[in-house]
Design a binder for this molecule. Structure first.
Ligand SMILES: *Cc1c(COP(=O)(O)O)cnc(C)c1O
Length: 354
């Protein structure tokens, strides 16, 4: 039976990416050696890293604009610390739109003053705050563009008088978007880019020497910038597989084509959530995420019947995060609209039969 993988992360990757990655573990580009047993300083792997960085910059439209892409480790969670370590001298502004934003705030607070510019915490993060002031004496502003757990997504990039940074872990490469408005953004690979184990950081050169504190080498963006992500041994499998997926993104027609596909998938599921008397959406309609759709049963007693229906249809990974409950359908780039249709059919089966 075909499995329809709605997992929030680690999450679905294109079948062909999985096959190519498996083949490279056996034999990288007919070298007779596994991707896992060659030097990261070999010509073959340096070419992989270079192409991965170039493709990430090309897809985000940032060529010749003073940015570099870095493939680091430690997940988005280490970026919560690194952003503050490298940029927070006095005071930074954070917008609190969920669990991950809250974690970023917590890390930054250890290094300076954090101003919470806005928060949707009082409504269990079911919307994105808008129209808040951004003082010009901040070192930077930090946003989370897609709130994986709550199913909200930033649609408009706020104008800021100070550098703009963002956690894009769960919606990077999912839509056309003016990435040049951001001075630094990062994403753990395991949502929409590749396997767990690497974190993409795209950073502007102007942000490299911003603070007076001593920064340990591994935590310093300048170290990784100067060494082109090869200061220490990079996670070769995660970087290679991310490259395969970025090639796939380009072959699909890039962010414009994938953005349209993702919008069509989102319309399909949200139209059904709104139409079907058995379900209600969690997130504010205008802030709904095209990546993670969160919804609940109107009557929780239907859970047993609904769970049976979608399990039987091969739907996987639909359980909501414990802080929201209900269901969460994660619809990253590799998920086909046919899989969303299977889920919609399950929702209709519930309504028709119970
Ligand atoms: C999953 C996720 C994280 C955590 O990423 P790690 O790589 O596990 O540290 C951070 N931010 C967002 C938006 C996420 O979806």
């Amino acid at each position: 039976m075909k499995i329809h993988n709605f997992s929030a992360g680690p999450s679905i990757l294109p079948q062909e990416v999985m096959q190519q990655a498996a083949a490279a573990v056996q034999n990288l580009d007919n070298s007779g050696l596994s991707l896992l047993e060659i030097s990261h300083r070999s010509k073959a792997f340096v070419a992989v890293m270079d192409e991965a960085c170039e493709t990430a910059i090309r897809l985000t439209g940032l060529e010749n604009k003073g940015y570099k892409a870095l493939f680091l480790q430690g997940g988005a969670s280490l970026q919560f610390l690194m952003v503050a370590y490298n940029l927070l001298e006095n005071k930074a502004g954070y917008v609190n739109t969920g669990t991950w934003s809250s974690n970023a705030i917590k890390e930054a607070k250890a290094l300076g003053t954090v101003v919470e510019l806005a928060s949707s915490k009082e409504q269990n993060f079911n919307y994105i705050p808008k129209g808040f002031d951004i003082p010009s004496d901040l070192d930077y502003v930090h946003l989370t563009t897609n709130n994986t757990i709550f199913g909200t997504q930033l649609k408009t990039i706020p104008e800021t008088p100070v550098p703009l940074t963002a956690d894009m872990s769960s919606d990077i490469f999912s839509r056309e978007w003016d990435y040049s408005k951001f001075d630094l953004f990062y994403a753990g690979a395991q949502k929409n880019m590749g396997p767990a184990g690497t974190t993409l950081v795209i950073i502007k050169e102007a942000l490299l020497d911003k603070v007076s504190r001593h920064i340990p080498s591994m935590l310093k963006y300048k170290t990784h910038w100067e060494k082109d992500s090869m200061f220490n041994t990079p996670p070769v499998f995660a970087v290679y597989t991310s490259l395969l997926n970025l090639r796939w993104v380009e072959a699909q027609g890039g962010l414009k084509a994938l953005g349209a596909k993702n919008a069509a998938k989102a319309s399909l599921i949200y139209d059904e959530i709104d139409r079907n008397s058995k379900f209600e959406g969690f997130a504010a309609v205008e802030d709904r995420s095209a990546m993670n759709a969160t919804f609940n049963l109107v009557n929780p007693d239907d859970a047993e019947a609904f769970d049976k229906i979608w399990n039987a249809a091969g739907v996987s990974g639909l359980k909501g995060h414990r802080s929201v409950g209900g269901y969460r359908a994660s619809m990253y780039n590799a998920l086909s609209i046919d899989s969303v249709q299977v889920l919609v059919d399950c929702m209709q089966t519930l309504e028709e039969n119970y």
